[in-house]
Design a binder for this molecule. Structure first.
Ligand code: ZN
Length: 252
């Protein structure tokens, strides 16, 4: 059995409709993301599925076999079936890790897990992004210098309408002046969630070695720490005998 089972979910819509995106990612963004994870997590089983497949590729069986799921979506957020979102949500609470990438901040699953709007400010101007490491000791920052740069990216700026992250790993600065909390961790139930900002579809961000390393580190960090099956059981037989009020009345 592989040490870690990873499913890379790709919306795969821009790649079908936009020649500029296809020229950067001829096999789809999901393919580039999967290659990057395999590069740094040798021994992990990394497979890709896309929105266009039945159940968007996220069947009960697939999710049962997934330790960590990565999510890139944009155009088709609202077309993702609620039943699939319910399924992913349940698996996160049980302990499956979830890595949400870039425009995935507006996906149904991320908004549900956060419980807020997850809105942010943005600008597409191909500007420089510098990502600063906030916590050099964090496993997701392993192998990353004190900062790294992407020459061309979409800008995401604060305010980012999410609950206060439990851990900050990266903060971004953009050429135009804005800043953004670009690498954030949360836990929901037994599941670990990491949001990582870069990855606009028209730039070769998922070919960048630092970005690949961060995503692989995040997948490794988000591996299940245990399993929490959700149940609400009526425990009729107590461990210790209980002196029930009705029994006390009878004795009198
Ligand atoms: Zn974008």
């Amino acid at each position: 059995m592989p040490s870690l089972r990873v499913t890379v979910w790709g919306e795969n819509v821009h790649e079908q409709t936009d020649a500029a995106v296809r020229s950067v990612y001829p096999n789809g963004m999901h393919h580039a993301i999967a290659v990057g994870i395999r590069e740094y997590l040798v021994g992990a089983a990394v497979e890709t599925v896309t929105f266009q497949e039945p159940d968007h590729g996220l069947t009960e069986a697939r999710l049962a076999q997934t330790d960590v799921l990565t999510w890139w979506g944009h155009r088709a957020h609202e077309q993702v079936a609620d039943i699939v979102v319910d399924r992913v949500h349940r698996r996160v609470l049980e302990g499956m890790g979830l890595i949400v990438l870039h425009s995935g901040h507006f996906s149904k699953i991320f908004k549900r897990l956060m419980g807020t709007t997850c809105s942010l400010n943005w600008r597409v101007a191909g500007e420089r992004e510098r990502l600063w490491v906030c916590n050099p000791g964090h496993p997701i920052a392993r192998g990353i210098d004190r900062c790294f740069e992407l020459p061309h990216e979409e800008m995401y700026g604060e305010p980012f309408a999410v609950p206060a992250p439990e851990e900050h790993v990266f903060i971004s600065w953009f050429e135009g002046g804005e800043v953004f909390r670009s690498g954030c961790c949360w836990r929901r139930g037994n599941g670990r969630i990491f949001y990582f900002r870069p990855g606009h579809e028209t730039y070769p961000t998922y070919l960048d070695r630092n970005v690949r390393r961060v995503i692989a580190n995040a997948v490794d960090w988000a591996r299940p720490q245990g399993h929490w099956p959700d149940a609400c059981v009526n425990i009729k037989e107590p461990i210790e005998p209980i002196n029930r009020p009705e029994d006390r009345t009878k004795k009198r």
